[in-house]
Design a protein around this ligand. Structure first.
Ligand code: PLP
Length: 363
């Protein structure tokens, strides 16, 4: 066997450890997972009912075009159905986008650090990642603009940013987009958009409407609590959808995911409760961390960076010390933020549990 040369440049994505695995390994009764920016709440009950109602049709393939879901999303965003693309999670959309835009010699510009999948999909295509350091904890749009050249085919930009949770105003992104060459796609990844509390939170959508090169990605994985079913979506030009339809596998959104996402979308007015829970969780963590004298980066998302370099254990050991106490977090060092850990904002009880365990590590 002879692998493609890119394989040697790639490393497998390391995901947060599942709760059951940690409970078993450390013999713990209570384990709280705050590692993967998930919703602490399950899907809405109506969504669960729809999922179970579909069990007896699983001998049939799903609708390869996911017509109902695409039509509902098109209605929701006042676009045409041929401007809606779906992925097995928005991660899969990143793969399809890399397939249609990237090849050896092409470049993709993105921040460093950022969501690790941009690097993976770029390298897998034999294209060149051009990584632009953050300005502090925020995407540095001026330096990103300077990194774009006539080989750049994609700019990947997250807002709010992962792993830092910082937010860029819509006007700044619009100015950046205006300076991009016509044959460069701007993939604006808004996986955490529903948690944003800023008044210009829908600015990315306005930018998409005004600019055919903007591809806007969102997901049912986060606030809707459906990451286990894997369904993300994108708004794009009909030309991008047509190209993706040529490379994607035909049944990429399974029957349960299509039905669940469709139902979830119809319950959008209930997201406010979840946004409020996240908002209260942020305040709880900010004040709890403040009382412990632990630094953090303010977030517009459902996760945040917390300083771990002033605890009673070395920063490199802190995530594992928390794991032993039943809290799963992500080590910032693995995400490009040494001295920090990334924690999801949980329920009030989960946040308290984290603060309690952090207090044990604070001398
Ligand atoms: C910035 C960003 N984009 C995309 C995703 C992928 O989400 P999914 O594939 O679950 O839709 C994530 C997941 O954590 C993310 O952080």
């Amino acid at each position: 066997m002879k692998f493609i040369p890119q394989i040697k440049n790639l490393t497998p994505y390391v995901a947060g450890t599942p709760i059951e695995v940690v409970a078993r390994e450390y013999g713990l009764d209570r384990v709280v997972k705050l590692a993967s920016n998930e919703s602490p709440l399950p899907p809405f009950p109506e969504v669960l009912d729809v999922i179970t109602s579909k069990f007896d049709s699983l001998n049939r393939y799903p609708d390869a075009e996911a017509r109902d879901l695409r039509a509902a999303l098109a209605g929701r965003y006042t676009v045409e159905p041929d401007q809606v693309i779906l992925g097995n999670g928005s991660c899969e959309l990143l793969i399809w986008l890399s397939l249609i835009f990237l090849e050896p010699g092409a470049e993709a510009v993105f921040s460093d650090p950022t969501f690790l999948v941009y690097d993976e999909v770029t390298l897998a295509r034999g294209a060149t990642p051009v990584k632009v350091p953050l300005d502090g904890f925020t995407n540095d749009l001026n330096s990103m603009a300077a990194a774009v050249n006539d080989r750049t085919r994609i700019v990947f930009l997250t807002n709010p940013h992962n792993p830092t949770g910082t937010y860029l105003p819509a006007t700044e992104i619009a100015a950046f987009a205006a300076g991009l060459p016509a044959d460069c796609a701007l993939v604006l990844d808004e996986a955490y958009n529903e948690y944003v509390e800023e008044p210009d939170a829908q600015g990315g959508l306005a930018l998409f409407r005004a600019n055919p090169n903007v591809i806007l990605l969102r997901t049912f994985s986060k606030i809707y609590g459906l990451c286990g079913l894997r369904v993300g979506y994108g708004l794009c030009s009909p030309q991008v959808k047509e190209a993706i339809d040529k490379v994607r596998q035909p049944f990429n959104i399974n029957t349960l995911a299509q039905a669940a996402a469709l139902k979830a979308l119809s319950l959008e007015d209930r997201l406010e409760e979840r946004r409020a829970l996240n908002r209260e969780g942020r305040v709880q963590l900010y004040s709890g961390l403040g009382e412990l004298g632990i630094g953090y980066i303010e977030t517009q998302s459902n996760f945040m960076l917390v300083e771990i370099d002033q605890l009673s254990v070395p920063a490199a050991n802190a995530p594992v010390e928390l794991l032993r106490r039943g809290v799963i977090v992500r080590d910032g060092a693995a995400l490009g933020c040494p001295g920090y850990m990334r924690v999801s904002i949980g329920t009030a009880g989960e946040n308290d549990f984290l603060l309690e365990k952090l207090a044990e590590l604070k001398n």
